[in-house]
Ligand binder design. Structure first.
Ligand code: GLC
Length: 534
């Protein structure tokens, strides 16, 4: 990659998320592991990504598939050993790539020694490490807060006669971040991994980490309707996004900044004006508060174009943008917008200004896999039956080839694969210029070679109907991106600009190298990157 002297790796680079249970199994137990990831580093390098973020690999009872951690500085035997981890880190670095770990500081497993101590008696020194409260006089929970995974957020503890709070499962008690000992313990965890050479963290549910001191009731959500998760009945005004969170994030940033070029990413689902506050008042908060706008917006050119403008406009001075199309909690993009539009989405993700994060499998057009009711594993799906909230469909094994179990495992995969993966696999797509994988690879290569795409300015261009258009500009280079987000042929004619250029890259490779002038006829679901002649 051409050197971007003024930009750090996490600004100019591309992040790839691996859900470790589902990437590559190396020992036939049906669950992916660290050696499996190591075996696939050639692929990631060939694809051209710069950094890998791995979802939790720590010891865990797996009530929430690793997001319930019982030891923050160990490796779950399912995934391997600490020696395997060290090898993986070394191999990633040897290839000039970076490794980002998932950090889950909001809650531990109920099997974590800290919680076992905390719940052992009211006088235990770790009692205050979690959020314990008396029942109301009538015996009910301290307030009305709900669990994201359904039901009350409070669990009664018979032995000590108090409730504890859990924003997620009752097996995931929330830590009390108002306690300085908790803060220090988690900062030590960060240092443990940073000392090993890990390149940063994706911080789980950052906006949940601190709650209203008075534990006031959350108000009802006026937009709630019965097909939504029960958690949506209330607006989490007092259980999330509290003013004190910024202090905590700044402290995490200080821990990170004591090391060279490490990144702090925050998982934050909030509206843009709240999201951007997580950059911190002086850019001393999270480097990248994850921007999930593309996951949540309807797939509509006008809405997306104006949301991008709003985001660009809301970023604080020096705040670096970022974009996400998929993750292990949301339906896959190819299922949400369809295969044809997923190609346009790929072009959008890789040409917007800011760090893109790719979700494993999206690059081969994997779709959500229907999981029969009796095979559902995700607690979110199991706890709220009938609402279709299971996240399993987006977490199925990576499809490497057309062998049984797609080359993921020689055993029985922990989640089933789709019945037909003869086309949706790496092997099949890697030499096919029309396949999604080739589109991703070419987009990544172009982003790596064009400073305009990597770090250039973003300038919106007026467009109508289903078309979204913008320029990326660096020195003398101007790239025009035109995306048809609809399924019908249409025209694009920029009102205020003389249009003359060459198609550099297109969702349909046959279009590449063609000249364009004055107006463009866009095929259905077509995206073009055009180098403008100056
Ligand atoms: C985050 C994770 C999700 C997990 C939850 C609780 O949202 O991405 O998978 O269930 O936090 O830790």
């Amino acid at each position: 990659m051409a050197a971007d002297k003024n930009y750090l790796w996490w600004q100019s680079g591309i992040i790839y998320q691996i859900y470790p249970r589902s990437f590559q199994d190396s020992n036939g137990d049906g669950v992916g592991d660290l050696q499996g990831i190591r075996q696939r580093l050639d692929y990631l390098q060939w694809l051209g990504v710069d950094a890998v973020w791995v979802s939790p690999i720590y010891p865990s009872p797996m009530a929430d598939f690793g997001y319930d951690i019982s030891d923050y500085t160990g490796i779950h035997p399912l995934f391997g050993t600490m020696a395997d981890f060290d090898e993986l880190l070394q191999d990633v670095h040897r290839r000039g790539m970076k490794l980002i770990l998932d950090l889950v500081p909001n809650h531990t497993s109920d099997q974590h020694p800290w919680f076992l101590e905390s719940r052992s008696s009211k006088n235990n020194p770790k009692r205050d490490w979690y959020i314990w409260e008396d029942a109301k006089p009538d015996g009910s929970a301290p307030n009305n807060w709900l669990s994201v995974f359904g039901g009350s957020g409070w669990e009664w503890d018979e032995q000590t006669g108090q409730f504890y709070y859990h924003a997620f499962l009752k097996e995931q008690p929330d830590l009390n971040w108002r306690n300085p000992e908790v803060q220090q313990a988690m900062f030590d965890v960060m240092r443990f991994w940073l000392d090993k050479g890990v390149d940063g963290f994706r911080v789980d549910v950052m906006w949940h980490m601190i709650k209203d001191k008075q534990l006031r009731d959350n108000p009802p959500n006026p937009d709630y309707s019965p097909e939504m998760a029960t958690y949506e009945k209330l607006t989490p005004a007092f259980s999330t996004d509290q003013p004190e969170i910024h202090d905590i994030v700044q402290k995490m940033r200080q821990v990170t900044d004591a090391y060279n070029e490490r990144v702090l990413i925050g998982e934050i689902y909030l509206p843009i004006h709240r999201l951007v506050t997580y950059y911190g008042p002086d850019n001393n908060g999270a480097h990248l508060p994850f921007n999930f706008m593309l996951l949540n917006l309807p797939w509509n050119a006008r809405q997306i174009a104006s949301a991008v403008d709003e985001y660009e406009g809301a970023l604080p001075e020096g705040g670096w943008p970022n974009w996400v199309l998929g993750n292990h909690d949301k339906p896959r993009i190819a299922s949400r917008v369809g295969r044809a539009q997923a190609r346009v989405a790929a072009m959008l993700l890789l040409t917007l200004r800011g760090t893109p994060t790719l979700y494993y499998g999206d690059e081969i057009e994997m779709t959500d896999v229907a999981i029969p009711a009796d095979e559902i594993q995700d607690p979110q799906g199991l706890n709220m039956p009938g609402l279709n909230l299971s996240r399993d469909p987006a977490r199925t094994p990576m499809q490497w080839n057309d062998a049984e179990n797609a080359g993921f495992t020689t055993g029985t995969p922990w989640l089933r694969l789709p019945p037909n993966n003869s086309r949706i696999n790496v092997e099949k797509q890697k030499d096919d210029p029309h396949a999604m994988l080739s589109l991703y690879r070419r987009l990544i290569a172009l982003r790596r070679s064009e400073p305009a795409l990597r770090t250039g300015d973003y300038l919106p261009v007026m467009a109508e109907g289903n078309v979204m258009a913008y320029l990326r500009k660096h020195e003398d280079t101007k790239l025009l991106i035109v995306l048809n987000m609809g399924h019908q042929t249409c025209y694009f004619k920029p009102g205020n600009m003389h249009l003359q250029g060459t198609v550099l890259l297109a969702t349909d490779p046959e279009r590449e190298g063609k000249l364009v002038q004055e107006q463009i006829i866009l095929q259905a679901d077509e995206g073009l990157i055009i180098r403008l002649q100056l």
